[in-house]
Design a protein around this ligand. Structure first.
Ligand code: CA
Length: 217
């Protein structure tokens, strides 16, 4: 899953970005509202973590302009836990918010839930045949046996599972799994898919030549 983190306070931006990368996300960053809006329009992020107080354009303005063109899930970082901020956030089309200072654990939990909801998955544990994917714990089992996936294999499985019964193009996979600092190359996706099939079964992922990949179950 690829997220954009927008925060002008360098230490906080670094801590949040590092934490999310350690949790398996591809992470792009922006330190002002204009850069944030540019990136959020340019890429299909799974979510945007958006600070309210920002240089150039504040978070509310970014949210408003973004909502004119797309519905990327947005988690606002609000400085004050006031009624006005809550009402304003929800009226402006924010999907959720956390109040500063927040714990990184809370941020991760909210972000995970937000991405799951926006993909139309109401439950955290998704079963496909004999395979079970827990998107909270990132644990995958097959016939109740734990399966060890690499972080990239897990990220790919999660993306396909959240969009099951839909064709996911290679372009979509690159957009969601690699951030702007990652220059890994295309054929790696085939390698990951091949490794996932060895672990979860040949039929777990269907390939549509020239189109992309799909979990049919
Ligand atoms: Ca700020």
């Amino acid at each position: 899953m690829r997220v954009l983190v927008v925060e002008d306070e360098p230490d906080l931006l670094r801590v949040v970005a590092t934490t999310l990368r350690e949790d398996g996300y591809a992470v792009d960053t922006a330190a002002d509202g204009e850069d944030a809006l540019f990136k959020a329009k340019a890429w299909e992020y799974d979510a945007v973590v958006l600070d309210v107080m920002l240089p150039k354009l504040d978070g509310w303005a970014v949210l408003q302009k973004l909502r004119e063109v797309k519905h990327t899930p947005v988690l606002m970082l609000t400085a004050r836990d006031t009624v006005q901020d809550r009402v304003r956030g929800l009226n402006s089309g924010a999907d959720d918010y956390v109040v500063k200072p927040f714990s990184l654990t809370e941020l991760l939990a909210r972000l995970r839930a937000l991405i799951r909801r926006s993909a139309g998955q109401s439950t955290a544990v998704i079963e496909i045949g004999e395979v079970c994917v827990n998107t909270l714990t990132k644990v995958v089992t097959r016939q109740d046996e734990l399966v060890a996936l690499t972080p990239m294999e897990y990220a790919l499985v999660e993306l396909l599972v959240l969009h099951r019964q839909q064709m996911v193009s290679r372009t979509t996979i690159y957009d969601h799994l690699f951030d702007e600092e990652d220059d890994s190359f295309s054929n790696l996706v085939d390698v990951h898919v091949s490794n996932i099939r060895k672990k979860l079964g040949r039929d777990f992922i269907t390939t549509r030549r020239g189109q992309g990949y799909m979990i049919e179950g």
